[in-house]
Structures are given as structure tokens and as C-alpha cells.
Design a protein around this ligand. Structure first.
Ligand code: COI
Length: 361
């Protein structure tokens, strides 16, 4: 695999410091984008080429471009954090790069070298460093690397051309309520992914498949949908865009990676953070009936969702057909908040980085 260099073509017209400050004061999630983006092409027989860092702008696609028809697309999400000394660091970018390669394999796309993925993210963050929110708050710079099939044609086959891009968006809390507990609708009929399918790949199709169930959750008054496994409709898998953790006193449990669950970087990091803090942390199977029973008998003390975008968000209310219950009295649980703080402290550079997770730019 060749590693292209990234040629810099800076914007002649970046947003003014005052406009940027206005956005950073209340960035929301995924609503605003920085001044630049990275693009790298892949062509069969030539490999990766034409790496560029260019002004953020629309891209033009032929209406017959394959990604528009057959959804050959993958993406990632990672964050850059302002450190106490004003420098910037990203969190475990190599984990995202490796998952991007696994997603590429699953969707019959070319694998971007890990070092090129990291170099592309670094180049964009360095160029748009002024967009990384100030140290100390909830905000960070969310990076969205993605790849699309760009061959023109309607034949159903792996494309012979691809475009890799990285864009960046200043991000506050994913849920408008911040760390306020979210409510969950457990869908017992719709499924997110099937064994042998694409559930463990980060591809737009999985998120498109989640939208109807997510709308049904909203109609039930809930913030997020929770999926069960596709075969027995029994075992808890994940939410529409994040993983789940169950807290039993001093033990935390997250659903095992069965092939239909996304291997979240935050999910993985929390297994280690929890052990560092003296909790037992394991992967296992939790059924929806066990969830309800253990919540009702009090042994299941807390539940939380986690993901790059969502960080760690407590679960307050859970609804399923014919039942509704509260987790930790509907309030953020103590273990949830402790884990959240411990992870954020590492990401923001206020705690020691015992696992070497921070990638300084
Ligand atoms: C992330 O947490 O980075 C995600 O990809 C979830 C969602 C915003 C799609």
C-alpha cells in the first residue's frame, strides 16, 4: 500500500475569528464545519494518490456515482481535545484507523494505511487548530473521516475508484440535555443487524436502518432505541449509535462483540478505565428480561450509553412493550459519573495517560 503525501492548499477565505468564536460559544453537534478538509483518492491499479488539504467545500458527484445507489460507504468518529497547555491531542486515533480498515474489508473497499488515516486527521487538526474548543469545558473537535465509492455506473460490484475525506466539526454534548439521563425504548421487533451482516462495520447503512426504529422510539417519548439480537430477540445489543453498559454495584458489564455489535472505542476504553478504578469489568450477555428484573429488584444499579459522540450518557427511563422502569431513580448514577469523569480527565489532559491513549499533535 502506498502512503500519499498530503499537499496543503489553504483556504483564501477562512471564517473570521469573531464568526468562529460565535460558533464555538454554542457548537451543538455536527452543525458547523471548520475551514478545511482532507481528500485522498484511490484508483484501481494506482492505489492511494492525490492527498490534499483543501478549503471545506461541496463535492460534485455524477448522478450515477455508485455510492449514491449501493451505499458503499464507511465512516469514523474521533475527537481532538484542547490540553491544559493549549496544545491539542486526539484520542486513540489508531483504534479508529484499524476499525476503518475492518469496515473497508467488510464493504469490499480498499484499506487506507493506518499511518495515512492518522496523518490526514493530524493535518486537518493542525490546520484548523483554532477550531478546537477551549480546555476545560465539555466541547471538543469531532473528526469525521469517511470513504465513498466514486466509480460512475449502475453495475452492482465493488467500485474501482474511491474518495477518502476528513471533515471536522466543533462539538458540544450529543444529546441536548448534556449529562441529563436519556430514555430508552427497547425495540423487540426491529433489528439493527443480523449475524453475518454488517453490524460490526461503521457504515452509513446501519444508521439508515436505525432511523425508523429511532422514530418509533421518539413516538414512545424516548431519546434512543435499544436493539436486541436478530435471532432470539432476547439479548441486548446496542443503541442506535452507541454501546451500552450495565452496572451491578462494583461490576460493569457490556454486551459481548457478537459480530452484529459495533466495537466502540469508548466501550473498549471503559473496560480499562473501570479496571483502573477497581471495578470488575466484563463483556457478557444481558437479556431484556434480565434487565427489567434486575432493575426492579435493585441489583442492576445503573445503566449508561457510551460512544465518541455521546461520551458517557446515563440512562434514566427504560420502556418496552407493556413495561416501564427507572434506572438509578432516573438520576445519573455514581459509577457512571465517576467513569465519565475519569475518561474525560485523560482526554482533556488533566489525569495521567496510563495507557498511552493520547496522540499529541
Ligand atoms: C460516534 O459516536 O462517533 C458515532 O459515530 C455515533 C453517531 C454520531 C453516528
Amino acid at each position: 500500500m502506498t502512503t500519499p503525501t498530503i499537499e496543503l492548499k489553504p483556504s483564501a477565505n477562512p471564517l473570521s475569528a469573531a464568526e468562529r468564536a460565535g460558533i464555538l460559544a454554542n457548537p451543538g453537534f455536527g452543525r458547523h464545519f471548520t475551514d478545511h478538509m482532507v481528500t485522498i483518492k484511490w484508483t484501481e491499479g494506482r492505489g492511494w494518490h492525490d492527498g490534499q488539504l483543501v478549503p471545506y467545500a461541496p463535492i460534485s458527484l455524477d448522478p450515477a456515482t455508485t455510492v449514491l445507489h449501493y451505499a458503499q460507504e464507511i465512516f469514523e468518529g474521533l475527537k481532538a481535545y484542547r490540553q491544559p497547555d493549549g496544545s491539542v491531542a486526539t484520542f486513540r486515533p489508531e483504534k479508529n484507523a484499524e476499525r476503518f480498515q475492518r469496515s473497508a474489508r467488510r464493504l469490499a473497499m480498499p484499506e487506507l494505511p493506518v499511518e495515512t488515516f492518522i496523518e490526514a486527521c493530524d493535518a486537518l487538526v493542525k490546520q484548523d487548530k483554532a477550531w478546537v474548543p477551549a480546555h476545560g469545558g465539555e466541547e471538543s473537535l469531532y473528526l469525521r473521516p469517511f470513504m465513498i465509492a466514486t466509480e460512475v455506473g449502475l453495475g452492482v460490484k465493488p467500485a474501482n475508484e474511491y474518495l477518502f475525506l476528513v471533515i471536522a466539526s466543533p462539538a458540544g454534548a450529543y444529546f441536548p440535555g448534556g449529562v441529563k439521563p436519556v430514555s430508552i425504548w427497547v425495540s423487540e421487533d426491529r433489528v439493527r443487524a443480523v449475524p453475518g451482516g454488517m453490524g460490526d462495520a461503521k457504515t452509513g447503512g446501519n444508521y439508515a436502518a436505525s432511523l425508523l426504529a429511532q422514530a418509533e422510539a421518539a413516538a414512545k417519548g424516548c431519546d434512543q432505541v435499544c436493539y436486541l439480537d436478530a435471532v432470539e430477540h432476547t439479548w441486548v445489543e446496542e443503541l442506535g449509535g452507541m454501546n451500552l453498559y450495565f452496572v451491578y454495584g462494583d461490576k460493569i458489564v457490556t454486551p459481548s462483540l457478537t459480530g452484529s455489535i459495533l466495537e466502540g472505542v469508548t466501550r473498549d476504553s471503559l473496560l480499562a478505565v473501570a479496571r483502573d478504578l477497581g471495578y470488575e469489568a466484563e463483556e457478557g450477555r444481558v437479556s431484556v428480561d434480565q434487565w427489567q428484573r434486575d432493575a426492579e429488584n435493585g441489583s442492576l444499579t445503573e445503566v449508561f450509553a457510551c460512544g465518541t459522540a455521546a461520551v458517557i450518557t446515563p440512562v434514566g427511563t427504560v420502556k418496552r412493550a407493556g413495561a416501564e422502569w427507572k434506572q438509578s431513580g432516573g438520576e445519573p448514577g455514581e459509577v457512571t459519573l465517576r467513569l465519565r469523569q475519569a475518561l474525560l480527565d485523560v482526554q482533556r489532559g488533566t489525569a495521567s495517560d496510563a495507557h498511552g491513549w493520547m496522540h499529541r499533535l
